[in-house]
Design a protein around this ligand. Structure first.
Ligand SMILES: Nc1ncnc2c1ncn2[C@@H]1O[C@H](COP(=O)(O)OP(=O)(O)OP(=O)(O)O)[C@@H](O)[C@H]1O
Ligand SMILES: [Mg+2]
Length: 256
C-alpha cells in the first residue's frame, strides 16, 4: 500500500481561484517524487495541505493508512513528527537569535519522545548531538556557535535539512529548497538530498519549477499546470513521445 495517498483534492481560495483541481497522487515508501510546474500552478498549496497547514474540504489524504485531518491537534502533532518540510527560504525556518547548535536541536526538543536511530541520545551531550546532525549534512563543527546571519544561504539550507531529518521523518517535503541558491550550491544541495535519500530510504516529495532539478533527484514526476495534473511519468519516460505538450515545453525551455 502507498505511504501517501491523495485522492481528488480540490482547493479553492476563492470562487475564482482553484489552486488545486481534482489532484490525486500515490507515493510509495522510499520513492522520490517530483512535482514540477510554473509559478502559481499550486505546488506550495499542495505542500501546505500535506503539512496540515491548509485545511481542505474536497478530497481525501491518507498517510500510512490514516486520514489526515488537520483540525485534530493531537493527530496533527503525531503526523508532524513523521512529515517534515524544507522550505525555499531557510531564513524562515531558522530563528536568527539562536546559535546553530540550538536551532538544529529544536525539532528533537519539541518531540522528546523521538529517538532517532542515527543518534545515540543517551550517551551524547546536546552539543555532540548537534554536531552529528551537522556532520550528516556535510557542515563543519565550527559552525555550531554561529548565528544564522553568519552563514551562507547554502549552509543555512543544510541546517534546515539537518533539522528536518533529525526526526527521521517517513516523508520529507521539499518546496523549492534550492530556488534561492546559486547554481553551484543548488547542485550541492541536490546531491546532498540524493545521498541522504539513498542512505536513509526516506520518501521525498520534491517540489520545484525547475524540471532539471526534479529529473536529477526524482524517479517519478508529476506535472502541475493551473492546479491540474497534466502529466505523470517515471523518469525513464521523460523523452517519451507521449509526453504532454506542456511537459515537452518545460523540457525544451530547460535546454538539457
Ligand atoms: N492564501 C491564498 N489566498 C488566495 N490565493 C492564494 C493563496 N495562496 C496561493 N494562492 C493562489 O493559488 C494559486 C497557487 O498558488 P501556489 O502558491 O500554490 O503556487 P506555486 O506553484 O507554489 O507557485 P510558485 O512557484 O510561485 O511558488 C495562485 O494562483 C495563488 O495566487
Ligand atoms: Mg510555491
Amino acid at each position: 500500500m502507498s505511504q501517501l495517498i491523495v485522492e481528488k483534492l480540490t482547493i479553492s481560495y476563492s470562487q475564482s481561484v482553484k489552486a488545486l483541481d481534482n489532484v490525486s497522487l500515490a507515493v510509495n515508501k522510499g520513492e522520490c517524487v517530483g512535482i514540477v510546474g510554473e509559478s502559481g500552478s499550486g505546488k506550495s498549496t499542495l505542500a501546505k495541505v500535506l503539512l496540515g497547514l491548509q485545511p481542505y474540504k474536497e478530497g481525501d489524504i491518507t498517510f500510512n493508512g490514516n486520514s489526515i485531518v488537520p483540525k485534530k491537534k493531537a493527530e496533527l502533532r503525531e503526523y508532524r513528527k513523521q512529515v517534515q518540510m524544507v522550505f525555499q527560504d531557510a531564513n524562515s525556518t531558522l530563528n536568527p537569535k539562536l546559535p546553530i547548535w540550538k536551532s538544529v536541536l529544536e525539532p528533537l526538543d519539541n518531540f522528546q519522545e523521538v529517538k532517532p536511530s542515527i543518534l545515540n541520545r543517551e550517551e551524547t551531550s546536546r552539543k555532540e548531538l548537534a554536531m552529528s546532525l551537522l556532520e550528516m549534512v556535510g557542515l563543519d563543527a565550527h559552525l555550531l556557535e554561529r548565528f544564522p546571519g553568519e552563514l551562507s544561504g547554502g549552509q543555512k539550507q543544510r541546517v534546515s535539512i539537518a533539522r528536518a531529518l533529525s526526526l527521521e521523518p517517513g516523508l520529507l517535503i521539499c518546496d523549492e529548497p534550492t530556488a534561492s541558491l546559486d547554481v553551484t550550491v543548488q547542485k550541492q544541495i541536490l546531491q546532498l538530498l540524493k545521498n541522504l535519500q539513498e542512505k536513509t530510504e526516506m520518501t521525498i516529495l520534491f517540489i520545484s519549477h525547475d524540471i532539471r532539478a526534479v529529473t536529477f533527484l526524482c524517479n517519478k514526476i508529476m506535472v502541475l499546470k493551473d492546479g491540474i495534473v497534466v502529466d505523470r511519468f517515471p523518469l525513464e519516460d521523460l523523452y517519451h513521445y507521449n509526453r504532454h505538450p506542456y511537459t515537452k515545453a518545460l523540457i525544451k525551455a530547460a535546454s538539457f
